[in-house]
Design a protein around this ligand. Structure first.
Ligand code: PMT
Length: 400
C-alpha cells in the first residue's frame, strides 16, 4: 500500500466534484492512509458528513465552533496531526481566500493554521479557471509552495468543455503518494523501454510475447515521483501513460532501437524493462499469407539488435540497468546476461512471477553478488529500484 501509515487531512469544499471526494477518501484509506475529513458548509449541500465518517472511520469536522472538540480549537488540532492537508475539490472561492490569507470559516481557518504541506485539487468551470484573478491566485499559491494537482480538461458539470475539472480520485491519490516520495532523481534524465515488441510476419500476424508493460510503467511512475524527467519507449500495451512522462510508442525491436540510440547519451540512466524479441521474420509478406498457397510455411528469422548491449557499449553510456526473465536457472542466466551486456545492475525475475500480474519477485545482480527482494507490488519494487539507482548515481561503488 502506497500510503501505509500516512496521516492525511482531507478538506472538502462545495463544488459538484464533492461527490468524487467520497471515492477519494475511500481510495486514500485503501492505500493505507489514516484520513480525517473536514467539510465546508457548501460541501454538505452536495454530500453528507455521514458518508465521510463511514469511509474514513473517523468523526468529520464541519463546524469551527464544534462543541465536541475539548479545547474548542478544531481548526488548530486538525492539521497538527496530519502529514499533509489535501483540499479536494478546491473551489475558486476557497483558493482565492487561501491565496490572500483569509480565514473566515472552518476550512480556510484550518488551512491558514496548518503545520504541514498543502495540496489542492482545483475544480471549477473553465471560465472561472482561466479568469486572470484565479490564475493570479494559483501563481501566489505556487509561490507559497502549495502543490496544485491538476485540474484536468474535459466535459464539465455545466455541460461546457475545457480546463477546470477535478482530477480523478485515483490520480489525486497518485499525486499524494508522489508527494511523499524523496526527490532523489530531481533534475536527472531517465530513458527506459517497456512492454513487448511485435515483429510482423504479414500485415495482420506477428511474433510477440506476453509482457503487459505494467513493470515498466510502474518504474516510469516511480522515477517521475522521484523527480526524474522520464522518457518511456514502449511497445504495444494497453496502459495509460503516467502523467508527466514522455511516451514514445513503437512496434518492433528495430523501431525501439531507432528511438533509443540517438537519445541514450543525453540521459543519465537507461533501464531496459522491455521484453524485446530476439528475432524478427527476415521478410515481411506484403499481403496476408494464404494457407492454400502454402500449407506449412517456414518463417526464416533474423536476429534483432540488442538495445541494452548497444547502449552500454556507447563511449559515454548512461547508468545501464537491465532485466532478465527466465523460467529456470534464474541466477545463472541472469548473471551471465549482466556480464555479457556489461551492465552494473540487472533485475532477475521468473517469467511465471513477472509477466502480466501486479506483483513480482526480484533478485538483483550486481558486482557484489545477488540480493533477493521480498515479493511485492510492482510499484513497491519500482520504488526500491529507483532508490538503488539514486544511490548508484550518488556513489557508483555504494554497497547494496
Ligand atoms: O510487462 P510485464 O507484464 O509487467 O512484465 C515485466 C517483465 C517480466 C517483461 C520484465 O520484468 C522483464 O523481465 N523484462 C525483461 C524480459 C527479458 O527476458 O528480457 P531478455 O532476457 O530478453 O533481455 C535481457 C535484457 O536485455 C532486458 O533488459 C531487455 O530489455 C534487453 N534486450 C533484450 C533483447 C534485445 N534485442 N534488446 C534489449 O535491449
Amino acid at each position: 500500500m502506497d500510503l501505509e501509515g500516512k496521516r492525511v487531512a482531507l478538506g472538502v469544499t462545495g463544488g459538484i466534484a464533492a461527490y468524487k471526494a467520497a471515492e477519494l477518501c475511500r481510495l486514500l484509506v485503501k492505500q493505507g492512509a489514516s484520513v480525517r475529513v473536514a467539510m465546508s458548509e457548501a460541501a454538505m449541500r452536495f454530500v453528507t458528513p455521514t458518508t465521510f465518517q463511514a469511509l474514513s472511520g473517523n468523526p468529520v469536522f464541519t463546524d469551527r465552533w464544534d462543541a465536541g472538540v475539548a479545547n474548542g480549537m478544531a481548526h488548530i488540532d486538525f492539521s497538527r496531526e496530519a502529514e499533509v492537508l489535501l483540499i479536494a475539490p478546491a473551489t475558486a472561492d476557497f483558493l482565492a481566500k487561501v491565496a490572500n490569507g483569509i480565514a473566515d470559516d472552518l476550512l480556510t481557518t484550518l488551512t491558514l493554521a496548518r503545520d504541514c504541506p498543502l495540496l489542492v485539487a482545483p475544480a471549477m468551470n473553465r471560465q472561472m479557471w482561466s479568469n486572470p484573478a484565479t490564475q493570479r491566485n494559483i501563481a501566489t499559491l505556487t509561490g507559497d509552495a502549495v502543490g496544485i494537482l491538476g485540474p484536468a480538461s474535459g466535459e464539465q458539470a455545466c455541460g461546457e468543455i475545457g480546463e477546470g475539472r477535478m482530477l480523478e480520485p485515483a490520480e489525486i491519490v497518485e499525486d499524494v503518494a508522489a508527494h511523499f516520495q524523496p526527490k532523489r532523481l530531481k533534475g536527472r534524465k531517465l530513458l527506459m523501454t517497456a512492454g513487448p515488441t511485435f515483429e510482423a510476419i504479414d500485415p495482420v500476424r506477428g511474433i510477440t510475447n506476453l509482457s503487459s508493460g505494467k513493470m515498466g510503467f510502474a518504474i516510469a511512475r516511480a522515477a517521475r515521483d522521484a523527480g526524474a524527467e522520464v522518457t518511456l519507449v514502449c511497445g504495444p500495451v494497453a496502459l495509460p501513460t503516467p502523467r508527466g512522462v514522455t511516451r514514445i510508442d513503437i512496434t518492433s525491436a528495430l523501431e525501439m532501437h531507432a528511438q533509443v540510440m540517438p537519445r541514450a547519451t543525453a540521459h543519465e540512466v537507461f533501464i531496459g524493462v522491455a521484453a524485446v524479441a530476439d528475432y524478427r521474420p527476415s521478410k515481411v509478406s506484403e499481403h496476408k499469407t494464404k494457407k492454400d498457397d502454402n500449407p506449412s510455411p517456414v518463417i526464416e528469422l533474423a536476429q534483432n539488435p540488442d538495445i541494452l548491449a548497444d547502449v552500454a557499449a556507447l563511449p559515454q553510456p548512461p547508468l545501464c540497468v537491465g532485466f532478465a526473465a527466465e523460467t529456470r536457472n534464474l541466477a545463472e542466466y541472469a548473471e551471465k546476461k549482466r556480464r555479457a551486456k556489461k551492465i552494473p545492475l540487472l533485475v532477475g525475475n521468473l517469467i511465471q512471477d513477472g509477466f502480466g500480474g501486479d506483483t513480482n519477485t526480484w533478485i538483483l545482480f550486481d558486482d557484489d553478488g545477488q540480493h533477493a527482494l521480498e515479493p511485492a507490488s510492482k510499484l513497491t519494487l519500482a520504488r526500491r529500484l529507483i532508490a538503488r539507482i539514486a544511490t548508484l548515481l550518488e556513489n557508483p561503488h555504494a554497497p547494496h
